[in-house]
Ligand binder design. Structure first.
Ligand code: FES
Length: 189
């Protein structure tokens, strides 16, 4: 009788141990599988680090008073799982004025057309920006000459850095994209 009780107690203890191990295993597995999903749904969506900060996009020496220059903007991105190395996030136009003594000597314009989002180009022979999709035209200061675009080109905050060790000044821009089709520019990132 004593042996029987003892054997039952041993079996109970083993069963409890197995149950505890099973619960622990399932709990750990749930954490491993579930944590990234929770992070995905509650965490940040993929974002561009450059959205609210000035970043260097080109040395001043690549700009020209003759005509605007087209610059590809790169930035690193982070989503719920991965940090991506720097890659292209957009294209801007830099317009340099003659006077480099003032603060507004270089202006930066988004290359995305405010109408439906085509890429704005520059016609050097006419000295104007134009959109090849529906023929919107813009002056070098970004204002609209004509066409279906609901507004002029979107201007981005832009400044010049202090000279670096090589004496080079850099154009720094806060990269931003805007909703298309609206009269007022509405930031999207
Ligand atoms: S997308 Fe530029 S004019 Fe239509």
């Amino acid at each position: 009788m004593v042996n029987l009780l003892s054997r039952n107690r041993t079996q109970m203890t083993r069963r409890s141990l197995f149950q505890w191990l099973a619960y622990t295993f399932h709990g750990a597995a749930g954490l491993i599988v579930g944590a990234p999903l929770v992070r995905f749904f509650l965490g940040k969506r993929p974002e561009r680090k450059s959205a609210a900060t000035f970043q260097r996009i080109a040395p001043l020496s690549v700009t020209s008073t003759d005509q605007p220059v087209r610059i590809t903007v790169s930035a690193d991105r982070t989503d719920a799982f991965t940090h991506y190395p720097p890659g292209p996030i957009g294209v801007v136009w830099l317009v340099r004025n003659q006077d480099l003594g003032g603060a507004g000597q270089v202006r930066c314009f988004q290359s995305v057309c405010p109408h439906l989002g085509c890429a704005i180009d520059f016609a050097s022979e006419r000295g104007v920006f134009f959109c090849p999709c529906h023929a919107s035209e813009f002056a070098p200061d970004g204002s609209q000459n004509f066409g279906p675009s609901p507004r002029g080109m979107d201007e981005l905050p832009c400044r010049l850095s202090e000279p670096d060790d090589n004496g080079e000044r850099w154009v720094e821009v806060t990269y931003q994209e805007f909703r298309t089709g609206t009269k007022e520019p509405i930031p999207t990132v």
